[in-house]
Design a protein around this ligand. Structure first.
Ligand SMILES: O=C(O)CCC(=O)C(=O)O
Length: 257
């Protein structure tokens, strides 16, 4: 049986306990926290106390929460539809094993000035943050205590649009910073598959981990998840509504030099 986790299940692990990102951060050295407090007042601004659900398997460590209410998520979706400019032409293609493909969804990249991110054989330049992206980024930071300098946006027009199995394991990503994935719009299944359990001749029997990413939700993929597990957003033909996904990342500027 595959593991399936959704918001309504596993309520016992849905607590604001010491394993939540906020608390985990507080458990770190007092000195570091004091410094951070002085630097930017992030702790003072922990304005989004959300109940977290822990999702764990061998080498997989994720936290899932509803970050925005339905009304707020509806509003943010609408704003993003007006603000985000998606790539077209050559920029809307990726390279996999040397072959060039049109991506089965729309993509855009935003972030700090001059930042680039290279994945699937293409390098993308960050466009300047829009007001709505800044608002969502800051909500994620206030909730998790992590800062982000880049966001990859994927827009799925309906359930035909999808994303194939991959890992977000590029060297230029800060391994100490989780990838924070915010979902707005149609709820979609999201599947993790262990690297030793892929393909026809699997080396081990490890069940996939399936989640449903709800409107207004946030999934934190903590290290070492992206080392051991691939993830994908499969086709779901019955889904007729669009979805926008934002993955906030921290790119290591030093690695680029
Ligand atoms: O749309 C999603 O939830 C998947 C996004 C994703 O896998 C990625 O940005 O790497």
């Amino acid at each position: 049986m595959e593991r399936f986790v959704n918001r309504g299940q596993n309520k016992r692990s849905c607590t604001n306990d010491a394993r939540s990102p906020q608390k985990r951060m507080k458990l770190e050295s007092d000195e570091r926290i004091k410094e951070e407090e002085e630097e930017d007042g992030i702790l003072a601004e922990f304005s989004h106390p959300v109940p977290w659900q822990k999702i764990e398997a061998e080498g997989l460590d994720c936290d899932y929460a509803l970050l925005f209410s339905k009304e707020e998520a509806d509003h943010l979706f609408k704003q993003l539809e007006e603000e985000v400019v998606y790539s077209t032409g050559e920029e809307a293609k990726v390279q996999v094993f040397g072959k060039v493909y049109n991506i089965p969804r729309k993509q855009a990249t935003y972030g700090d000035a001059g930042l680039t991110y290279t994945y699937s054989g293409v390098t993308r330049l960050a466009s300047p943050w829009t007001p709505t992206l800044e608002y969502i980024r800051d909500a994620v930071t206030n909730t998790t205590g992590h800062t982000f300098n880049f966001v990859l946006i994927n827009r799925y027009k309906d359930g035909q649009d999808h994303m194939g199995e991959h890992r977000d394991d590029e060297r230029e990503l800060d391994p100490l910073c989780p990838i924070a994935s915010v979902s707005l719009g149609a709820a979609r299944d999201f599947v993790f598959r262990h690297r030793d359990a892929r393909g026809k001749q699997t080396r081990r029997q490890i069940e996939p981990v399936k989640l449903e990413l709800a409107h207004g939700s946030m999934l934190l993929m903590n290290s070492p998840t992206n080392t051991f597990w691939y993830h994908s957003l499969p086709v779901r033909k019955k889904i007729t509504l669009p979805r926008i996904n934002l993955t906030f990342r921290r790119i290591l500027v030093d690695r680029k030099k």
